[in-house]
Structure formats: structure tokens, C-alpha cells
Design a binder for this molecule. Structure first.
Ligand code: FFI
Ligand code: FAD
Length: 627
């Protein structure tokens, strides 16, 4: 039968050791073992079913998310899961929820911006989930411009408290995940005011709801901001609105690692850079880069398997049509995305290392690599999320009409993923940060300061000094071009890190060869995409451009017999993929047919509303016909 046979025969053609590739993808044998075990645990647990998610009303959807989160927490405790295993469990449950913000932002903020005493007080409560926290930074009026936030935290020396207040409508907190219905606490970012003087934005731990009955505390107005894009998708999250009416908190609830307010109301700066107030964003951006490879690989897995099952035109001698994956146009759209998934995986791994390194240095009061870590996390977050969002949509198109069905898994994946281009920093705003970093690096070239890390290549480019002079005349005027320069810089990082990965010891028959092919596809595809820039700047000649194109075509042919095995190496369960088109067994058509009948619209043969709305029309038509 089509599907079963197709994927089995594809698998038998693979020219490399898939099990070893799984290890490379996972990062280590240990990580593969953990992720494999936990993914099966989730897949086999009926509470974690997600096949009806797109059909539920918002209230039912949200309640179901609460149920899953509570069950996940119960399993984590019962099975004594480690932090790594718990994070895998969250990943495979595959549903955005308040837990993400509690573990992913609230706790890291206290760790990164709290003093030792503050950490000792708050972290045990947070780890045991005796309190649930969120990250309340963005307001109705300002998200990108953090320094423009309007919430105030005014020190009252009489009572040794801060008064948290929302002075305007636009100062309402707006968007924080987990805030709308669940969180008991938040890290709230607001302007520190002492003695009528504004000291800029700082973080404060504020209790929002009673720990007894979950009602908002006095002075607090709180709710959900409403439905978001798509069905299911990010609507499992209670993104919230929050207003303060002169809410008082003790002085020691200002996060004081960066600066302290004394009992007397004096502001004391510590030796850490003030930018550490932005530290959680660096951490989360790094995580988002790793997540990009997961989302893209998931879409690519679905589109690749389905492309091998789907046949259109081109009747062959054996009487069957051509698999659409054999069309060169399909390959030229699909294989660069496959290569991107691997490229983002490896750059994500590197970024994780970079983040750990900068953190260790911060502990030892070495702040020198913070600007580069900020530029890398901001730039790569922007590049990988934009490419992934576009890539998921391309995968939908690669699956033709069936890709538009919710049962393909692609519409919900797209809807849940696209806000990644906006949250944790709008992608253009983040690229402008990278551009500023690049300009700063160039401006220091003449002063004898050698560029290091990801900017080391700048020392070799003589024309850069002239660029700097030109940019000095008008950063804003040139910002659209500077954004392109920032993208190019980030692409260079992605390609370099892929090449560095290939220099490591890579065991397994044929594994290294496949990765080399993917690395070359990624690099040549980027070159192909920006051919105009490469040609107009004289970086390559027209002859080289056409050679590169020919090479790309030949690489597609090299990857073709291995395509299914390359997506099998992601080791995704059918539960995680939640796609009829991406099923491991390729049994697409019978299952699509079966799925259709499960739609509630098919519960009755004659639909609700027939008598009120269809029958009268038909009767009217009959009368008209007689006239
Ligand atoms: C046991 C376990 C159990 C359970 C397991 C469960 C496990 C679950 C685990 C799940 C985990 C999943 C993860 C969570 C998922 C979350 C989902 C996402 C949610 C989304 C959250 C959000 O969406 S949350 C809001 C993010 N909102 C922004 O993203 C604002 C952007 N806006 C800015 O970020 C600033 O506004 C902007 C533009 C820089 C201008 O900043 P500005 O006005 O101050 O002006 P400047 O540009 O002048 O910057 C001044 C100087 O600061 C430097 N600098 C700037 N940023 C810096 C930085 N970050 N670090 C260092 N340095 C930085 C810069 O380079 C300048 O340096 P210099 O002066 O030396 O040149
Ligand atoms: C699903 C989701 C979850 C979120 N979760 C949280 C959360 O948990 N906590 C939290 O605090 N926030 C959260 N946010 C808010 C999020 O961080 C902000 O929406 C994001 O930082 C973008 O800011 P903005 O909305 O102000 O966009 P804006 O800055 O208003 O962007 C609008 C447009 O203006 C452009 N623009 C803005 N500034 C410039 C500039 N200087 N130069 C050129 N162009 C510019 C942008 O590129 C964009 O095209 C969430 C948002 C979403 C969508």
C-alpha cells in the first residue's frame, strides 16, 4: 500500500547510520536516552493527548491546559524527575503554559538579578511551586522600548516600602504569559523613583493574588487579554493585563543585585553592569534559538515524509506516479529547510555554551564578553525565528492542500510559532542592536583594539573603516541596510558553527558525509538567496555564482536518498508531530479519511441549522424555479 511501502523503501536506501545521527542531533548519547524515554512516557499518557486541541472553546482549552500542567507536575514529583528530564517532559507535552514563564523567566530573573538573600528567600518557594511567577515587563504602550515603561515604583522612607502604581492606561502591563489567570507573583519592571528623582527601570517582586483563594490582592486589577491568532496554538496561555493602584511592597522586594536602595533611600550601584537588568532576555533568547531548530525540524519532518508518500503526475513504467520529493523544485524548497534545521541545531548548541561561559565570567566579575553575548543572542534569535516561521509556512505549501488541514499539524505549529518573531524582542529591533554592536566594533578598529570572537573577521576587512565613517553620518538613515549587514553577520556565525561542528570527531558510517552535504547546502543556499549582494560587492564572479548553483543542484541529488533517514534522526514520536501527513509509517490516506469523520460537524448527517437556514433557501429556490 502507498505510504507504508514508500517510507520503508526510502529507509532502506539510507547511506548512513541513522542511530548515530540521532546522537548527533540530540547532542549526546545521554541526552538521546533521556529525550527518547520521556517522549514515549508523554506519548503513552492519555492526559497528554492533544488531537482535539484545535476544536476546543477557549475556556475548555485553557482548563485542559491547567489539567495537563498539574498532571505534568505530579508526574515530575512521583517519578522524581531531574531538571533535565522535567524540561524534556515540558517539551514533549508541547503546549505553551504558565509553567514556561515560571521556570523559564521568573526563576531565572530571581537567580540573575536577586541578591544572595533574595535568592534564598524566593527560590525555594518557586522551586516547590508554592508560588507561581511570571515576567511582567511589557506594557500597553511600550514593549520594545523598555526604558519607556511607565509603571512607577516610588520609595516611601516612612514605611520602608515601594509603592507600585500604574499612572496611565498605557502603563497597564499587557502580554505577560501566565499573568492573566494563574500567577500568584510577578517580577514587575517599573521606574524606580526616590525623592521624586527617576532612576530608570528596575525589577520588583510583587504578589498579585492571595495564596488562599486566588483573588487579586487589594489595588490590583488583573485579567486575560483575549484570543490570539489561530485555534489551539498560543491560546493555551493566559497572556494578561495588570494594573496597580498604589500597591505597597517591602523594600527588599526590589531585585538588588544591580543596584540597591538603602533604608535611608540612597541608591547604591554594585560593580555589575546595569545591563544585567536585561539579563533574563539574553537567557531566553538563547533558549529560543534552540527551540527554532525543534520547530523547523518538526515541520520539515512532516513535509519530507509526506513528499515521499505523495505522488502526482509522471507515470512511470511500473504504472505508478512520481513521488513529489523527486521533483527538483520540491527539493530546492525542502532541502535548504532540512539543512537549516541542522544548522540551527548546532548554532543553538554553541549559543548555549556561549551563555554558560558568559555566566561563569559574570560570577567572577568579568563582564567583557557581555556585549558579544547580547549581540549573538539577539541576532541569532532574530535570524532563526524569522527563518523558522517562514520555513513552517513553506512546509505547509510543500504539502499541498492537505497541509492546510489542522490534522496535518502545520497550521497549529505555524500559529503557535510565529509570535517568536515578536516576543523576547521584535526581530528588527534586535537586528538593530546587532548593527550597533558591529558599528561599535568597527569604530574601535583604528584604536588598536583587536576584534575577538564572532567579529574577528573584521580585522581582515580594510574597507570597514570607510563604512564606519559613512555610518557615523546617519545610523537611522542607513538602518534598513544595517539590518541586512546584521543578518549577514549572523549568517556567518551559523555557517562557521556548522563548519566547526564538522571538525569534531563524528562517528558512525556516513554521518559526517551527510552533515557535510547539509552544511554545504545551507551555505550555498544563503549565497544563492543573496546572489545580488555577493555579485554587486564583487565578492564572487558570475562564473562562481553559476558554479555554486550547479553544486547546489548536485548536493540535492546527494541528499535525496537520505532525506527520510535524515528526518527520522530527529527521533520524533507521532504524538509529538501530531500530524497525519508526517506519520512514521506513512499511512497517510486511510488516516486522513478516518480523521475527517471525527470532526464534530460529522456527528450528525444533517447539520444543525438545516431547518432554519438551508431548507428555507431550497424552498425559495423551488418557488423561483416554478415562476
Ligand atoms: C523542575 C522543572 C519543571 C517544569 C519544567 C518546565 C520547564 C520550562 C522551561 C521552558 C523554558 C522556555 C523559555 C521560556 C519561554 C518563554 C516564551 C517567551 C515569552 C516571551 C516573553 C517576553 O516577550 S518578555 C519581554 C521581552 N521584551 C523585550 O525583548 C524588549 C526588547 N527591548 C530591549 O531589549 C531594549 O529596550 C533594547 C531594544 C535593547 C534597547 O535598550 P535601551 O533602551 O536601554 O537602549 P540601548 O540600545 O542604547 O542599549 C543600552 C546598552 O545596553 C546594551 N544592551 C541592551 N540589551 C542588552 C542585553 N539584553 N544584555 C546586555 N546588554 C544589553 C546595549 O548594547 C547598549 O550598550 P552600549 O551602551 O554599551 O552600546
Ligand atoms: C505571544 C506573546 C507573548 C509575550 N509574553 C510576554 C511576557 O511574558 N512578558 C512580557 O513582558 N512581554 C511579553 N510579550 C511582549 C513582547 O515582548 C513584545 O510584544 C515585544 O517585545 C515587541 O514589542 P512591541 O509589542 O512594543 O512592538 P513594537 O515595538 O510596538 O513594534 C511595532 C513595529 O515597530 C517596529 N519598531 C519598533 N521600534 C523600532 C525601532 N527602534 N526602529 C525600527 N523599527 C522599530 C517593529 O519592528 C515593529 O515592526 C509577549 C508578546 C507576545 C506576542
Amino acid at each position: 500500500m502507498a505510504g507504508f511501502d514508500d517510507l520503508a523503501s526510502e529507509r532502506s536506501k539510507a547511506q548512513f547510520d541513522v542511530e548515530e545521527m540521532k546522537v548527533i542531533w540530540a547532542g549526546s548519547r545521554h541526552t538521546l536516552e533521556v529525550s527518547d524515554r520521556i517522549s514515549r512516557l508523554v506519548a503513552n499518557d492519555p492526559v497528554f493527548r492533544k488531537d482535539t486541541r484545535t476544536m476546543l472553546s477557549r475556556k475548555d482549552l485553557f482548563k485542559n491546559t491547567l489539567r495537563k500542567a498539574a498532571h505534568a507536575w505530579k508526574r515530575i514529583i512521583e517519578l522524581r524527575l531531574s531538571e533535565e528530564e522535567a524540561a524534556e517532559l515540558r517539551f514533549y507535552v508541547d503546549e505553551p503554559a504558565f509553567m514556561d514563564l515560571h521556570w523559564g523567566m521568573f526563576i531565572p530573573t530571581i537567580k540573575g538579578q536577586g541578591t544572595e538573600e533574595q535568592q534564598q528567600k524566593w527560590l525555594p518557594l518557586a522551586y516547590k511551586m508554592k508560588i507561581i511567577g511570571c515576567y511582567a515587563q511589557t506594557e500597553l504602550g511600550h514593549g520594545s522600548n523598555v526604558q519607556g515603561l511607565e509603571t512607577t515604583a516610588t520609595f516611601d522612607p516612612q514605611t520602608d516600602e515601594f509603592i507600585i502604581h500604574s499612572p496611565t492606561l498605557t502603563s497597564s502591563k499587557w502580554w505577560p504569559g501566565g499573568l492573566g489567570k494563574v500567577s500568584t507573583h510577578a517580577v514587575v519592571y517599573g521606574r524606580l523613583i526616590i525623592d521624586s528623582k527617576d532612576y530608570g527601570v528596575n525589577g520588583f517582586i510583587v504578589q498579585l493574588r492571595s495564596l488562599d483563594d486566588h483573588l487579586p490582592l487589594p489595588g490590583i486589577t488583573i485579567g486575560d487579554i483575549g484570543m490570539k491568532f489561530g485555534s489551539g496554538a498560543y491560546n493555551t496561555m493566559d497572556n494578561g493585563v495588570l494594573r496597580f493602584d498604589h500597591v505597597r511592597i517591602p523594600r527588599d522586594q526590589m531585585l538588588m543585585r544591580v543596584s540597591q536602595v538603602t533604608r535611608e533611600g540612597k541608591l547604591v550601584q554594585s560593580n555589575v553592569p546595569w545591563q544585567l537588568v536585561y539579563g533574563t532576555m539574553v537567557y531566553v533568547r538563547q533558549k529560543i534559538v534552540s527551540d527554532a531548530s525543534c520547530a523547523l525540524s518538526r515541520a520539515v519532518c512532516i513535509a519530507t515524509r509526506y513528499s515521499a508518500v505523495r505522488r502526482q503526475f509522471g507515470l512511470q513504467s511500473n504504472g505508478i506516479e512520481t513521488q513529489v520529493i523527486d521533483y527538483k523544485t520540491q527539493q530546492s524548497r525542502l532541502f535548504p529547510l532540512l539543512a537549516s534545521a541542522y544548522a540551527f541545531r548546532f548554532v543553538g548548541e554553541w549559543l548555549k555554551w556561549l551563555y554558560m561561559d558568559v555566566n561563569q565570567r559574570l560570577q567572577a566579575s568579568d563582564f567583557s564578553t557581555l556585549p558579544e553575548a547580547h549581540a549573538c543572542t539577539a541576532g541569532l534569535k532574530s535570524l532563526t525565528t524569522s527563518a523558522t516561521a517562514d520555513g513552517i509556512e513553506e512546509c505547509r505549501k510543500l504539502c499541498g492542500g492537505h497541509g492546510y488541514l489542522c490534522s496535518s499539524g502545520l497550521p497549529e505549529l505555524f500559529a503557535v510559532y510565529i509570535p517568536a518573531c515578536t516576543y523576547e524582542g521584535d526581530n528588527i529591533v534586535l537586528l538593530l542592536q546587532v548593527a550597533r554592536f558591529l558599528i561599535k566594533t568597527v569604530s574601535q578598529l583604528g584604536s588598536g583594539k583587536e576584534p575577538v570572537g564572532t567579529t574577528v573577521y573584521m580585522g581582515r576587512v580594510e574597507q570597514l573603516m570607510q563604512c564606519h565613517c559613512a555610518v557615523q553620518k546617519g545610523f537611522l538613515e542607513l538602518s534598513a541596510d544595517l539590518v541586512q549587514a546584521a543578518v549577514a553577520h549572523c549568517q556567518l556565525i551559523v555557517v562557521s558553527k556548522f563548519i566547526e561542528k564538522l571538525q569534531q570527531d563524528i562517528p558512525g558510517k556516513g554521518v559526517k558525509g551527510q552533515l557535510e552535504a547539509l552544511c554545504n547546502i545551507y551555505a550555498l543556499f544563503i549565497l544563492h538567496k543573496h546572489l545580488g549582494d555577493f555579485l554587486s560587492t564583487g565578492c564572487i564572479t558570475p562564473k562562481q555564482a553559476s558554479l555554486a548553483n550547479a553544486q547546489l543542484r548536485s548536493l540535492y541529488s546527494q541528499v535525496r536518498p537520505n532525506a527520510i533517514a535524515l528526518v527520522d534522526a530527529f527521533n520524533y514520536t507521532d504524538h509529538y508531530l501530531s500530524s497525519v501527513l508526517g506519520r512514521y509509517d506513512g499511512n497517510v490516506y486511510p488516516k486522513l479519511y478516518e480523521e475527517a469523520w471525527k470532526d464534530p460537524l460529522n456527528d450528525s448527517v444533517v447539520p444543525d441549522g438545516y431547518q432554519e437556514y438551508i431548507q428555507p433557501i431550497l424552498k425559495q429556490q423551488l418557488r423561483n424555479a416554478r415562476l
